[in-house]
Every structure is written in C-alpha cells, then in structure tokens.
Ligand binder design. Sequence first.
Ligand SMILES: [Mn+2]
Length: 319
Amino acid sequence: MASLSARPVTARSATPPGNPPQGGRRLPPMLPDWLRDGDDDGDGGGQGARRTRYRTIFISDAHLGTAGSNAGLLLDFLKRHECETLYLVGDIVDGWQLRKGWYWPQAHNDVVRAVLKMAKHGTRVIYIPGNHDEHFRDYVGLEFGGIELLADDVHVTADGRRLLVIHGDQFDNVVLYHKWIAFLGDGAYTLLLKSNGWVNRLRRLCGLPYWSLAAHMKKRVKNAVQFISRFEEVVAHAAAERGVDGVVCGHIHSAEIRQIGDITYYNDGDWVESCTALVEDGAGTLSIVDWAERVEREARDDRARAAKPRLVAVDGVAG
Ligand SMILES: [Mn+2]
C-alpha cells in the first residue's frame, strides 16, 4: 500500500463556475425527481467548507445498493474534496445486487447526489462502468446529469503521462487461465480478452449475472496474494499494448501503486473493505488516500489536542 505522498493544496472553495459544455450527446432528462437537484443536502451548497483540492480523483467499487458499502465514509470524502476531474472507475452502483432485492439507504442516495452536485458545479465527472454496474455499458458515449459515460479513457496527467483508465473486469478470464496462456502464447491472450466480453454478454442475455472472478478468488483465500499480483501484471501487459505510460483500474479491491516494466500500475482500491481513493496533485503526482485511516487519525489528533492544555499547565509549573 502506498503512503500519502501528495501535498494537496487546501483552499477555500471558490464559487464554482457553471457546468461547462461537454462533448457527447445530451439525453433528454431521465433522472427521477429525487435525484434532480443536489443542493438541499444540508451542507450549504459547499460554500465556505474547507476542501482539499486535487487535479484528479479516481474512485471505484463503492458497491452502492449493498449493505457492505461504506457510503457514509465516501460521502464524507466527497464533501471534503474538490477536483477538476472525477473518475468513477466502475462498480459504483451494484446493479446485480439491486436486482435481487432493493436496498437503498439515505447515505447511498446522498453519495449519488454529491457526485451530481460536483458535476453541476464544474467538476468533469467521467463514469467508466464495471461488471456490477455493467447495465450502464449500454449508455457508453452518452451523458446524463453532467456525467459522461465511457467504456474506458486515457487520462493525461499534469506531467504529460498517458494513463489508461479502465475498471479491470475485462481481464478476469486472462487472469484465470494465465497458466494456459504461458503454453498457448499471445494469440490465446487476445482471444481470452475478447471471450471475456462475449461470455458475459451472453450470460447477460440469459439474465445471468456477471461471473465474478473476485468472488471466485475469495473462496480460495490462500491464492489471493498470487491472484492480485497476476491481475496487476495482466493489466499492465494490456496497458503496454495500448502504448500508454500507465493504467488506473479498480475491480480487485486492492489499492496499489506499482511499477511493472514500463507501466505504472495504479489501483484506486474500494469503498467496501479499504475506503481508498487515488488522487493526482497539480504536479501530476498520484498517491493513495486511505480515508478510513485519515478519519481515524484526525479523531486521535483531536483527542490529543483536547488533552494538551493540561500538559502545558504542568510545563508552566515546572518552568
Ligand atoms: Mn468489478
């Protein structure tokens, strides 16, 4: 796990400019009323709140619509940050779980509204669907509520590096049949990469949910470490084929910054287990923010500050 290396610029949030016109076709309004306007969530529209500003924020795997989602922490993170571009790198809403049974508490709604509000106030928001929200893949290339839906994207950092942004489920079959590829070579790699899409489209047509490699691996915990490093290598391999300098993904719920050959591999983690985001500062440096750890540290510091005056008084007596 990478440490917090970025030096964010903390600034009072200025009055945000209007949403700039964006590319892509505009859909007729299709948001239900309860999502349409995000300004009445009690934080005064973000005016005057102290927020940490980053150039780019990447988050994924919030799994809203499931009991495991740490929506409260995510909402806290979103309210205390601002950025030029927000990438939602897949599995934000868990469509498959919602089909099984509707679970949508207020905090989950508030996260959606916070994102819509960011879009409304000038943040470019890009949603790259994953496997749990693959229903959104039908709308790739469109824009709704100020949010652009893309299958994947190439993000250019402030220092000019090109990063492929992709959820990562596209590589599940390759990771699973990794051993066979060693025998069968690069042709098999390409074929498996394609088959991953076919198989899951077919499953979807039959009304079957996405076959989850992550769930499969959870049953074999002892292989998890090996699985994660193999996933990272497969993703880096695909990024190298795309001719980029690095790759940002999610999917395996394991935040990481790691150099693999010529490719810098970034994983923004998740908001179920670890509560992490990947952030880019104004100089183009990316780092992982562990928000659960940060909130805990702040609480610790507050307690220490509360205890301090007593210590000062003791020092005074001693001096
Ligand atoms: Mn996923």
